[in-house]
Write a protein that binds this ligand. Structure first.
Ligand code: PLP
Length: 373
C-alpha cells in the first residue's frame, strides 16, 4: 500500500509506542496530585510546554494541550468572543473546524466577514485591508491550506492587523504548516496558533494551542482548573510526550527539501499523461490537487485504492460532502472540481515508492478513460 493522503493523517512513528508505554504504565501519575511522582509529571509538562514554545520560536506565551486541532480552533475562536459591537474576520479557505464555527457565529447574529481567496489560493490581502477596523475582535486565517497547500503570508497579515485592527486577536490554524514549513512565531503578531499531532506522525487525540495572552482567552468548559484554567481535565502526559517525540524526530528544513523533490518526481510522471493537470499553488510541497479530465475524482480514488494507492478527496472531514468549497472559492471550474483528487506526501516516502505510485496513477487513469470513451 502506498499512502498519499498524509494531509488527512499520517502513520504514527514507532518511537511513539515506547513513549506511550513509559508514560502510561510506568510514569502514569496525575500531574495535579501531590506525590513526588505527580509533581515530577507536572515539572515534565512544564518543561515540555517550553519545548513547544521554543519549537514555535515564540518568545512569550503558553501552550495549551487539547484533544485535537478541532478543539484548539474552537477554543481559540469561542474563547475570544466578547459581547458588544465587535466584528469577526475569517478567510473563505478555512477548514470546517474554523469555517463552521464562523458560520454558526453569523447565524447567531454576530458581524462576520468572510475574506475571499485569490486565484493563487491565498487570502486576498486587498479585501482583508478593507474589512479590518477598530471593532475587529478576531481574525482567523489558516497557515497552509489543507486542500491546496497554498501558504498565507502570516508576516504581512500580522502587519495589517497591527496597523488596521489593533484591538483584534489573530488566530492561525497552523495544522498543515506545523513542522512542515519553516516558521517563526516571533516574526508575526499571532496571538493563537493551532497544531495537531496526528498530521506529523503522532497519535490521534492530542493537539496544541499556542496562546500569547492566556488571561484574554475564556475557557470552554469548567473543571479542575488544569492548564491555567483554560483547559480543565487531566492532561494526557503520554499523548503529549508522544507529540513531543515527533517534533524531536522531524526537521522541517530538511524535510521540506526532501518532499519538494518527491513532489517533482511524482509530477514528472503524471503530467506526461494526456488529460492530467496538476493544480500548483506554489505552496506547501506536501499537498497538491490533481485534475483527471473526464473522470470523476471519486472514481479515480476507488480505482487507485484497488491498486493499493490511497489518495484523498480534499479534507477528510468534508470528503463525504459533494463539491469542494475551497476549490470553488479559488475559481476552479466545476468540471475540474468534480475530477479533482488531493495527493499529499510525507517526508519518509522513498523515491521508488513515489515513482511506483505515479505509474499506477497514470495507468489507472488511462484505463478508466479507455473504458468510458
Ligand atoms: N485544520 C486543518 C487545516 C486540518 O487540515 C485539520 C485536519 O484535517 C484540522 C484543522 C482538524 O484537525 P484534527 O483532526 O486534529 O481535529
Amino acid at each position: 500500500m502506498i499512502f498519499l493522503d498524509n494531509a488527512g493523517t499520517t502513520k504514527m512513528f514507532e518511537e511513539c509506542v515506547e513513549v506511550h508505554k513509559k508514560y502510561s504504565c510506568e510514569d502514569f501519575f496525575n500531574p495535579s496530585a501531590l506525590s513526588v511522582e505527580s509533581m515530577n509529571m507536572a515539572k515534565l509538562l512544564n518543561e515540555t510546554e517550553k519545548f513547544f514554545l521554543k519549537t514555535l520560536d515564540a518568545t512569550q506565551g503558553n501552550v495549551i494541550f487539547t484533544g485535537c486541532a478541532t478543539e484548539s480552533n474552537n477554543l481559540a475562536i469561542k474563547g475570544s468572543l466578547r459581547s458588544g459591537d465587535w466584528e469577526y474576520v475569517f478567510s473563505e479557505g478555512e477548514h470546517p473546524s474554523v469555517y463552521n464555527v464562523a458560520q454558526k457565529l453569523k447565524l447567531d447574529g454576530a458581524k462576520v466577514h468572510f475574506v475571499p481567496l485569490t486565484s493563487a489560493g491565498v487570502v486576498d490581502l486587498g479585501v482583508l485591508k478593507t474589512v479590518l477596523n477598530e471593532k475587529t475582535r478576531l481574525i482567523s486565517i489558516m497557515h497552509v491550506s489543507n486542500e491546496t497547500g497554498a501558504i498565507n503570508d502570516l508576516v504581512e497579515i500580522s502587519k495589517l492587523k497591527d496597523k488596521l485592527a489593533p484591538r483584534a486577536v489573530l488566530h492561525v490554524d497552523g495544522v498543515q504548516g506545523f513542522m512542515k514549513i519553516p516558521f517563526s512565531m516571533r516574526k508575526t503578531s499571532i496571538d493563537l496558533y493551532s497544531f495537531s499531532a496526528h498530521k506529523i506522525h503522532g497519535p490521534k487525540g492530542v493537539a496544541g494551542l499556542y496562546v500569547k495572552n492566556k488571561s484574554a482567552l475564556k475557557e470552554l468548559f469548567q473543571g479542575g482548573g488544569q492548564q491555567y484554567g483554560v483547559r480543565s481535565g487531566t492532561e494526557s502526559v503520554s499523548s503529549i510526550m508522544q507529540f513531543r517525540k515527533c517534533v524531536e524526530i522531524l526537521n522541517p528544513a530538511v524535510n521540506h527539501e526532501r518532499v519538494s523533490k518527491i513532489k517533482v518526481l511524482f509530477n514528472e510522471i503524471v503530467e506526461k499523461v494526456d488529460g492530467v493537470k496538476v493544480l500548483d499553488f506554489k505552496g506547501s510541497p506536501y499537498i497538491e490537487s490533481l485534475i483527471f479530465a473526464g473522470v470523476k475524482g471519486e472514481t479515480m480514488l476507488h480505482a487507485l485504492n484497488q491498486r493499493g494507492v490511497i489518495v484523498g478527496l480534499g479534507s477528510a472531514c468534508s470528503a463525504k460532502k459533494a463539491g469542494n468549497r475551497i476549490l470553488e472559492a479559488i475559481g476552479v471550474a466545476q468540471e475540474d472540481i468534480i475530477s479533482s483528487v488531493r495527493v499529499s506526501f510525507n517526508a519518509y516516502q522513498t523515491d521508488e515508492e513515489i515513482v511506483e505510485a505515479a505509474k499506477i496513477v497514470a495507468e489507472v487513469y488511462k484505463d478508466i478513460k479507455e473504458r468510458v470513451s
